[in-house]
Design a protein around this ligand. Structure first.
Ligand code: C5P
Length: 235
């Protein structure tokens, strides 16, 4: 896989008007654009997907479905019908819900969200009753059993996941990626792009370091090029 195919840009902006210039300028430097809850809620999911597709971009529909199997299955059918490359479901919705998503995925890839990269260890204990690593491992196994194509986790869990024979073939998609020059923001379990790729990430989800780069880095395209160089150096 080329460096370009290792980047998904998170389009966390409030409007399609703001997303437009990012899509047209970045489309040839990255694999895919992630439409998340902000744009889906502000502009409508199908509208946002079509907007990206009309500008030559591929879409990761980050709807983070977390509901009963019947609802997740029907939401999956709707997302797949939009012609997106991939969509996701929370692994904590359970194996049956993930299976319902897989049954309706058509040509799309299904990713399972494990433990959000914004959660610190004490939050993971409070919410999941265990360490983030233990929970990510358990949820990754559930995702594999359910037939998901991949999981979303922090780069910090990749080493552990890579040692599990039963998880071979599962795509590892990692947000929580921060180049040395970017602010961490609300992300807690982070690594640099090069570290994440070396640790075994299949694809990196990167938002603010590309869409709102520090002034000294330049434009979103400058930031994407810098990250591409960093990734290419370790491939
Ligand atoms: O701006 P930043 O690089 O932090 O964006 C990361 C993106 O990945 C956000 O859109 C966020 O919703 C998403 N995400 C995440 N952690 C997860 C799953 C998705 O940060 N576990």
């Amino acid at each position: 896989m080329a460096a370009k195919d290792r980047i998904i840009v998170a389009l966390d902006v409030p409007s399609l008007e703001q997303a437009g210039p990012l899509i047209t300028s970045l489309a040839s430097y990255v694999w895919c654009f992630k439409i998340g809850l902000e744009l889906i809620t502000a502009e409508g999911g199908p509208q946002a997907v079509r907007f990206v597709q009309e500008r030559g971009g591929q879409v990761f529909y980050d709807g983070k479905f977390c509901d009963i199997p019947n609802t997740v299955g029907n939401a999956a059918k709707a997302a797949a019908g939009l012609g997106v490359q991939m969509f996701n479901v929370h692994a904590s919705a359970g194996v049956e819900a993930m299976m319902a998503a897989v049954a309706n995925k058509w040509k799309a890839l299904v990713l399972a969200v494990t433990v959000l990269t914004s959660l610190e260890e004490n939050n993971a204990h409070l919410i999941f009753g265990g360490s983030s690593k233990a929970k990510v491992l358990q949820l990754a196994r559930d995702a594999k059993i359910a037939g998901c194509d991949g999981i979303i986790c922090s780069p910090q869990e990749l080493e552990l996941l890579g040692k599990q024979k039963e998880l071979v073939g599962l795509l590892k998609v990692t947000p929580g990626v921060r180049p040395e020059w970017a602010a961490t923001g609300d992300q807690k379990r982070v690594m640099t792009p090069a570290e994440a790729i070396k640790a075994g990430a299949t694809v990196l989800v990167i938002g603010r370091p590309i869409t709102k780069p520090p002034a000294e880095i330049g434009t979103p395209v400058d930031a994407a090029k810098k990250i591409l160089e960093e990734i290419a150096a370790v491939l």
